[in-house]
Design a protein around this ligand. Structure first.
Ligand code: PLP
Length: 396
């Protein structure tokens, strides 16, 4: 056996033993949040498709129509001919949606964060990131060669102390936070973050991956929701793969900031541009997201119904009032056991384990969609109540 082969086998065995092994399962086509998995029909409570746009027929038709016009691929990087009218229209619509002069599309949110920090963080510059910030933000800071300080989750007093204690003469630091935390579901203290950044002369970056489409009037995200200006939040990132239901991501900001990104973001310069058909699909999804307010109303009604149901059944209450409602259960084994029981009852709720979440906080990450109905929510609540004690007794 080769050294690599041996190391892989050992690593996999250790992961399995610790309850950290992740599995991909190929699902059959279905209209989300319904799932067809392993020959069974399940109700999914796992996706980030909060508004039900990922399998919307109009979005799919827009994709197909644009694919007939543009073909499958962009064929080049954006600055070498890959950029199209479909990209330009999408960027205009995105800038308008969040109330910024300009937006730049990236292939994924992961790449947007890498490109953004790479462009604006000189080596050795200090970056302050929330303890629970997404892996892409931490990777981006590391790749940029930043001096990374992780501040306690949502704690702006601690952040202010860290900023005040930072060495002078290093150049203005960056503060990076998610708006809605992806595994916790709670909100960042934006007023406090804006105040911290202003006091320290720092640049605030907000990753609104789970807020864009869901928050604010017409789903424009946390910027229009809070009325935050370009000075308050100069750099804004969001993805098109979550509430928008398609694929891709963008950064929005001033004319000069976005043009600088066009010049400097390596994950936009040295990669194939997003397929034009995907841009057209995202543009169509943006129209639906803006005009169909019932999706947000229904989503938030489900959130309240779910939380009421948890309280009535004596189950733990998650910290946020958004579509991400995680139930922390502790050990990976217990999270897996609960997830398996829910699946038997017809509900797909994945167990999220370290390193996605801190050790000891493995959880069921329940995420709600506008396309669930009241019966789905109540059924999940009953299954949760029934499994909670049983799985707890079976697994430490
Ligand atoms: C999902 C997510 C990303 C990555 O977005 P993709 O488009 O899926 O690559 C970035 N930041 C946060 C906070 C996320 O939740």
């Amino acid at each position: 056996m080769s050294g690599l082969e041996e190391a892989c086998r050992q690593d996999l065995a250790e992961r399995e033993e610790a309850g950290f092994l992740r599995r991909r399962e190929a699902r059959a086509p279905s209209r989300l949040p319904r799932l067809r998995l392993g020959g069974r029909r399940l109700v999914g409570f796992a996706s980030n498709d909060y508004l039900g746009l990922a399998t919307d027929a109009r979005v799919a038709r827009a994709l197909a129509r644009a694919a007939r016009r543009w073909g499958a691929g962009a064929a080049a990087a954006a600055t070498l001919g890959g950029y199209s009218e479909a990209h330009a229209s999408l960027e205009e619509a995105l800038a308008r949606a969040v109330g910024r002069p300009r937006a730049l599309v990236f292939s994924t949110g992961y790449m947007a964060n890498l490109g953004l920090l790479g462009a604006f963080v000189p080596r050795g510059r200090r970056v302050y990131a929330d303890r629970l910030d997404h892996a892409s933000i931490l990777d981006a800071a590391r790749l940029a060669g930043a001096r990374l300080t992780r501040y306690p989750h949502g704690d702006t007093e601690a952040l202010a102390r860290l900023l005040a204690g930072g060495p002078a003469g290093e150049g203005p630091p960056l503060i990076v936070s998610e708006s809605v935390f992806s595994m916790e579901g709670d909100r960042a203290p934006l007023p406090g973050l804006v105040a911290c950044a202003r006091a320290a002369g720092a640049t605030l970056v907000i990753d609104d991956a789970h807020g864009f489409g869901v928050l604010g009037p017409e789903g424009g995200g946390c910027l229009p929701e809070g009325g935050w200006s370009e000075e308050d939040v100069p750099l804004y990132v969001a993805t098109l793969g979550k509430a928008v239901g398609v694929f891709g991501a963008f950064v929005a900001g001033s004319e000069a900031v976005v043009e600088t990104l066009v010049q400097r973001a390596r994950t936009a310069l040295f990669t194939t541009a997003l397929p034009p058909a995907l841009c057209a699909a995202a543009t169509e999804a943006l129209v639906l997201l803006r005009t169909e307010d019932w999706r947000r109303r229904r989503l938030f009604a489900h959130v309240e119904r779910f939380r009421r149901g948890l309280a009535e059944r004596g189950l733990p209450l998650p910290p946020g009032r958004g579509p991400i409602q995680p139930l922390v259960v502790g050990s990976p084994a217990r999270a897996l056991a609960l997830s398996a029981r829910l699946r038997t009852a017809g509900y797909y709720v994945p167990a999220v384990r370290p390193p996605t979440v801190p050790p000891g906080t493995s959880r069921l990450r329940v995420s709600l969609s506008a396309l669930h109905d009241a019966r789905d929510i109540d059924g999940l609540l009953d299954a949760l109540a029934e499994s909670w004690g049983a799985a707890g007794a079976a697994v430490p």
